[in-house]
Design a protein around this ligand. Structure first.
Ligand SMILES: Nc1nc2c(ncn2[C@@H]2O[C@H](COP(=O)(O)OP(=O)(O)OP(=O)(O)O)[C@@H](O)[C@H]2O)c(=O)[nH]1
Ligand SMILES: [Zn+2]
Length: 189
């Protein structure tokens, strides 16, 4: 993030502190605007980026079966309240023509999709669509389970609610046995 934009965040946080009735000059809060700017730089690092580019393609056996990376933790901020929502993501795909990506790139793709203001449905779809674009696999399945602080600490104030979303492409959408295998492996059935 360029310095000018970090400064903008600092100024905004300074104003928020003042507006909520606290004193931005209070010693223990003085550095907070700068801390928030640094935190936002990390939390929102992928804002505005459409495509995940950090991967290499490898080749494996042509008939390789489902690859599933399960329980990938993620943290994001809802675009309505700028409050955290977080949980776990399951990502599966069936390679086509033996084309795969390194396993670590899947959690990286999850971070790519979640490090921006968003909603759970859009993160789910973005992960599925990017994997489809990158690998053109036979199918992709993505499911997310998350808790939303904007429903827990304000508004309806209901704690411990989990929201589930999923997206199935290609063979996962067409082949019920494969979809069931994914759902069973990820304890959704
Ligand atoms: N579909 C979806 N909704 C979300 C997500 N995160 C937050 N929301 C919802 O976004 C909605 C925003 O609704 P508004 O009525 O504009 O905002 P609000 O008045 O603060 O709503 P309340 O939370 O009901 O007080 C709320 O119902 C939130 O629960 C998400 O990831 N997906
Ligand atoms: Zn919200």
């Amino acid at each position: 993030m360029i310095e000018k934009n970090k400064k903008k965040i600092e100024n905004a946080v300074h104003d928020i502190i003042e507006a909520i009735g606290d004193d931005p000059k209070r010693p223990s809060i003085q550095e907070t605007p700068a801390r928030v700017a640094t935190a936002y730089e990390e939390i929102f690092a992928e804002t505005g980026k459409q495509h995940f580019e950090d991967y290499k393609i490898f080749n494996v056996a042509e008939n390789a079966g489902m690859v599933l990376v399960q329980d990938i933790p993620f943290y994001s901020m809802c675009e309505h309240h700028i409050l955290p929502f977080f949980g776990t993501v399951n990502v599966a795909y069936v390679p086509q023509n033996g084309k795969i990506i390194g396993l670590s790139k899947i959690p990286r793709l999850v971070d790519f999709a979640s490090h921006r203001p968003s909603v759970q449905e859009n993160i789910t779809v973005m992960i599925a669509d990017e994997l489809q674009r990158i690998l053109n696999p036979k199918g992709v399945a993505v499911s997310i389970s998350a808790r939303h602080m904007c429903m827990e600490m304000r508004g309806i104030n209901k704690s411990g609610l989990f929201t589930y979303t999923n997206k199935f492409l290609g063979t996962f959408a067409d082949d019920h046995e494969l979809k069931n295998e994914f759902l069973q492996q990820t304890h959704q059935r």
